[in-house]
Design a protein around this ligand. Sequence first.
Ligand SMILES: C[S@@+](CC[C@H](N)C(=O)[O-])C[C@H]1O[C@@H](n2cnc3c(N)ncnc32)[C@H](O)[C@@H]1O
Length: 436
Amino acid sequence: DLGQAAICGLRDPLIAPGDSVCLADSISQGVSDGDDASPRQHVWTHSSPCFQGGHAEQPICAFTDTTFADGRGISLVTTPKRATYLASTLAFTNPETVSGINQDLHRTVPPKYEMRQIPGKGMGLIATSHIYRGDRIMANTGSLFIDYRAFNELSKTQYTTLQSIAVSNLPALHAAALLALSPHTTNTSHLTREELVEAIAATNGFDIDPDADDPDQHHSFFVLFPEIARMNHDCRPNAEYRYDPAQLAQYIHAARDIQPGEEITLSYINSLMVRSLRVGRLNKNWGFECSCPLCSLEEARARESDARIEQIGEIKRELEVWGDEGGSPGRSGRACTGMAELLVSLYEMEKLYGLMHEAYTLAALEYNGVGDAWTAIKYARLGLEYGLPMLGEGDEDVEALRQFVKNPWQHWTWRRRLMGEGEEKAEGEGEDKGED
Ligand SMILES: C[S@@+](CC[C@H](N)C(=O)[O-])C[C@H]1O[C@@H](n2cnc3c(N)ncnc32)[C@H](O)[C@@H]1O
């Protein structure tokens, strides 16, 4: 199976990490050094044999750079073209941007948590000091990026071989941290190394979408971040994750204040699903029965929570209807400021701390739509305060809120809900400022 499919063996895949640098000629296909229009060829410290699926356009290989992020290393299982694209991101071209981000293998600042055994959950992270809402808890550059094409185009033997090689080629400490992660099952003695790496990847990987400039838009990544992987699930988590494509890094921030002794948790799923769907999804994908406080509510309270979640969905759909740009009535539905206030309350009641910026933003737009600029600014400021750590500097929604708070009178929503009721949209700063 392996022998037949190996189409471009670049070097012995079982080479020990840290061996001499290999300039992988065939990974620079179509990329010319010195041509400003093309990304520069990257020098990988290790690369592997490649496999190509029957109808696939490109082979898939494992690439490692052990010098990445202060010598932490990174491995990619992807096409040569995409490996070259990823190597053109800031994390590679300007190593200072990821210097010191990772604090797990080589720590230079004290941690805010410690790893402990949590009854019924395996290991987990417990806060050791007070963590304020919005504080960064940790960040990891990705250790192993697996292009979804590996799962879709290669046989299981082929992609598990590449995954295993990709882990082996990382620096020893880093590879050991990955291999120590939970494979979910307790008895691993019967597993081959490929099966162990596959079980670890399936238990701990995050789905990451391609960034806006990635030419392979339709193919997501499955990514391992070893420190973050120790965080257990809660349907109402106290922390949120965010991926920064320029740094190839995942950030974890506190979604609310966290007391010392509390477990730091993430949600593995969409938090706005009703209980039966949440329980089913967690069981199917991660193989555990959710016993978080929300899933453990007594029946009557669980029904109230589900009803709130369903109403959040209905209200969001109504508040997001604005009619066509350029004139159709803004008040075509039931959207109103009372509905926006209810949405904010429902998010609070549901303890959706990491998503509060969504509710605040919709409330800001709704108040602006009826010409109440000052209440709109209040909610937009709340949206910024809660959204900035969750979305990150440079996020387009954060930037849009920054523009909005400066001048809601010129935002496209200004008095838009009043249009179609015999009122013209009043344009321009000054004219309507302070009218409300
Ligand atoms: C990403 S790992 C989290 C860290 C893991 N507990 C460990 O020991 O490294 C995901 C696995 O942790 C366990 N887990 C996570 N959240 C859990 C929860 N709320 N209840 C029970 N088990 C959970 C499950 O075995 C799941 O497959």
